[in-house]
Write a new protein. Structure first.
Length: 136
């Protein structure tokens, strides 16, 4: 925990940017029953039965010191999905910055994922632009 607190308190150069990464999944649900009819003055009544229509993963990138955020929606949350998100972060969003990346220690959040997704030269180029700090 001390490492993360130190990262948040340190002074960053113009060539560096602090970015936090997290993800969540969201179910796509379809209501299977209509709203039950009510009379004036009664509370609405819902039946909580639903049909699952898939799941999406949402990656959230946030640079708190500059007020920037980006959400990327993917069908899955795999090592390859994470690697492509990080490549986009390095190549598109902050191509001229060294990225101090704070994220949880999920098994997909490893530099090895870059090597599974890209040629070694590309993976190494991306990895050299990252300074990773894992939250406890």
């Amino acid at each position: 925990m001390e490492d993360i607190l130190e990262v948040y308190q340190r002074a960053f150069t113009e060539d560096e940017i602090l970015v936090c990464l997290d993800e969540t999944s969201k179910q796509h649900i379809k209501e299977t029953r209509n709203l039950m009819s009510i009379r004036p003055g009664e509370l609405e009544k819902y039946d909580f039965e639903y049909e699952l229509n898939g799941v999406s993963n949402l990656f959230m990138l946030f640079a708190p010191l500059v007020g920037w955020r980006h959400v990327k929606v993917t069908d899955r949350h795999t090592k390859i999905d994470w690697a492509h998100l990080v490549k986009e972060l390095v190549d598109t969003h902050f191509p001229d910055k060294q990225i101090i990346l704070v994220m949880d220690n999920l098994n997909t959040h490893k530099l090895g994922s870059l090597y599974e997704a890209f040629d070694p030269e590309v993976a190494r180029r991306i990895a050299k632009r990252l300074e990773i700090h894992y939250t406890p």
